[in-house]
Design a protein around this ligand. Structure first.
Ligand code: ATP
Length: 267
């Protein structure tokens, strides 16, 4: 990620079909972001306002960033991500100009998904902020967001946080983050779907995704990725010894699962 206005815009290749589970979230993003972009006249005809963003919250590693990137891929939009380090730089440096440049960069590259990871860094309750620089940054973020309706059509704002309770209530006003969605750890079916996505295109025997998912109670998408990586590493060793590719099996993944622990429980 990078902060300033000159950061190259990413063109994600991943789409919703590369995101396991999250069906309700995908639908919400279609309704709130994708349909208004493609059919603005219809929305206007019914007086449904266009604009505003979606704030996602939940335990780490459960696909918030992945889904934001896939949203951009789904509509062939650009993707611009602002992470915690960018915000810290804004705090130290010429913060106001930077944040403005980020929005300007997105506007110049419409349609563009503008993703704020750990948005609580930008939107801590102003009463919690002892530093006026932080208050200024929050205020500027809000006014840039308010520009969405008029000047920012085609700029689609998504944000993620692990701690929504730290976010300034002003963020939730209509036209700002008026949709706040919980991203839970994937359920059994979603875990099976994620495993299938992670193994797409790899040498595999017929794999029983459901039985592996059952051994991965409370695992995040990131945890599942770690399981798959472990299984692949072991398999690669075998293949190297044999001097030929060996397909991954259900047993390989079942052996890898207990080596990884769920990282969603502490949240
Ligand atoms: P954080 O709060 O730490 O930023 P996050 O919720 O944004 O976490 P991601 O970074 O999106 O999580 O997920 C980490 C990785 O796990 C992704 O790059 C992806 O490979 C995999 N992953 C997570 N969720 C899914 C999913 N639903 N479908 C497919 N892959 C997933």
């Amino acid at each position: 990620t990078g902060g300033g206005g000159n950061v190259p815009i990413e063109r994600p290749q991943v789409k919703f079909q590369d995101v396991g589970g999250m069906d309700a979230l995908k639908e919400e993003i279609r309704l709130k972001i994708i349909h208004p972009l493609n059919h603005p006249d219809l929305y206007r005809a019914y007086g449904k306002p266009i604009g505003g963003g979606i704030l996602m919250y939940g335990p780490p590693g459960c696909g918030k960033t992945h889904l934001a990137r896939a949203t951009a891929g789904e509509i062939s939009a650009g993707f611009l991500s602002v992470g915690i380090n960018d915000v810290l730089e804004m705090w130290i440096g010429s913060s106001e100009r930077n944040l403005h440049e980020v929005f300007a960069n997105a506007r110049d590259n419409k349609p563009c998904v503008l993703f704020f990871d750990e948005v609580d860094a930008l939107g801590a309750r102003r009463s919690d902020l002892k530093h006026s620089a932080g208050r200024q940054l929050t205020n500027q973020f809000l006014s840039e967001m308010d520009g969405i309706d008029a000047t920012n059509e085609g700029v689609l704002i998504l944000a993620a946080t692990n701690s929504p309770w730290h976010i300034d209530p002003a963020f939730r006003r209509p036209g700002r983050f008026d949709r706040i969605l919980f991203v839970p750890p994937p359920d059994l079916a979603a875990r099976a779907a994620i495993l299938e996505i992670l193994l797409r295109g790899k040498p595999c025997d017929r794999i029983d995704f459901l039985s592996i998912a059952k051994k991965c109670e409370q695992f995040s998408g990131a945890d599942l990725k770690a399981v798959v990586d472990l299984a692949i590493e072991a398999k690669l060793q075998e293949a190297l010894k044999a001097g030929m590719p060996k397909p991954l099996t259900t047993a390989d993944l079942l052996a890898a699962a207990p080596k990884q622990r769920s990282t969603t429980k502490e949240w």
